[in-house]
Design a protein around this ligand. Structure first.
Ligand code: UFG
Length: 331
């Protein structure tokens, strides 16, 4: 039986495919290559260029391949873009998931692990954030992810499909092989933007806001290595295959770093001075987001292997310095 990875050419999806293949699993990847890269797909995975919104394409895939469970990453994920173009997010993230669930139900595929986000919480009530804390998204991206979670829950009631929603905090780093890493176009994430400076692609890094109520005035985030996230998806799929009940889990390291601290770590790792410029706040940024991942540790048996920020940034730098242009064309 095979695992179908939707969005397996994207950043977190491609890393999960690598971990699945290395664990000896049979893997099928579907990706429409709108934001993903064909070059990021592990050569041992069977690749389909397909869109989750197409019943025709997804039905054909479910008929051809012996799919036992689905890991679903196929979504847009830029907070700023979701505010400027919310309907693009509803159309892809929510309608795409609806069409996917219809195909899964029609073909009797009843297990799904999917990407949710810390953005489902909005401004946190407390730090660290627990899964039971209030969810009040402050952006459309988080709203669509929360709606996906709710949609899964109603689908379970009616059709018996079980799901695990994984609420990621700040994914970063790159695969230990150096073969795949983080590439977005346009890039908006802090660590790849910082590393563009030593790579000669950017003169300085902008620090968005220096007046937050944090220890140095800059935002605090919980940075979690992409390979640790990937392992959590495998554990979650095994949990569902063993009969586990539908659930929601946070995934983070439980330690917060300020933007200035991340820049300092990157200076140490790269040996480059990395000039930084203080800029106004970016709209919609909560001051602090730090996860409690105790539930994932207890129920899924998850344990991050890259808990140290220096190791995480070093793995990102290992990929970025060898691939200053990312994957190049997304063909
Ligand atoms: N930042 C800068 N300068 C930059 C880029 C980012 O100072 O050039 C700051 C941001 O203001 C933020 C921190 O660095 O305080 C991290 O920003 P990222 O854009 O890397 O990540 P976010 O925390 O905004 O977003 C992440 C995920 C989203 C998810 C969100 C949950 O990338 O998918 O967490 O709030 F929705």
């Amino acid at each position: 039986m095979a695992i179908l990875v939707l969005g397996g050419a994207g950043y977190i999806g491609s890393h999960t495919v690598f971990e699945l293949i290395e664990a000896g699993r049979d893997v099928v990847v579907a990706d429409n290559l709108v934001t993903g890269f064909r070059a990021a797909v592990h050569p041992k995975a069977r690749f389909y260029q397909a869109d989750i919104r197409s019943h025709e394409q997804m039905d054909a895939l479910f008929e051809k391949e012996p799919i036992d469970g689905v890991i679903h990453f196929a979504a847009f994920s830029q907070v700023g873009e979701s505010m400027a173009n919310p309907l693009k997010y509803y159309e892809n993230n929510l309608w795409g998931t609806t069409a996917l669930l219809q195909s899964m139900v029609a073909h009797g595929v009843d297990k799904i692990v999917f990407s949710s986000t810390a953005a489902t919480y909005g401004e946190p009530e407390r730090i660290p954030i627990l899964e039971t804390d209030q969810t009040r998204p402050t952006n459309c991206y988080g709203e669509t992810k929360l709606a996906m979670e709710r949609e899964m829950s109603w689908t379970e009631r009616a059709h018996g499909l079980r799901y695990v929603a994984l609420r990621y905090f700040n994914a970063c780093g790159a695969h230990r092989s150096g073969r795949i890493g983080e590439a977005h176009d346009p890039e908006t994430h802090l660590i790849p933007l910082i590393l563009q400076v030593p790579n000669g692609k950017r003169e300085k890094i902008s620090v968005f806001g220096g007046d937050y109520p944090t220890k140095d005035g800059t935002c605090v985030r919980d940075y979690i290595h992409v390979s640790d996230l990937a392992q959590a998806h495998i554990l979650a799929m095994d949990y569902l295959m063993d009969g586990g009940k539908s659930d929601v889990f946070n995934l983070g390291n439980g330690v917060g770093f300020t933007v200035k601290e991340v820049i300092d770590v990157a200076r140490k790792v790269t040996g480059h001075p990395i000039p930084a410029e203080l800029c106004p706040r970016r709209a919609g940024d909560p001051a602090q987001l730090v996860a409690s991942s105790e539930k994932a540790k207890q129920i899924l048996g998850w344990k991050p292997n890259y808990a140290d920020l220096e190791t995480i940034v070093a793995s990102a730098w290992n990929w970025h310095k060898a691939h200053p242009n990312g994957f190049g064309e997304n063909v």
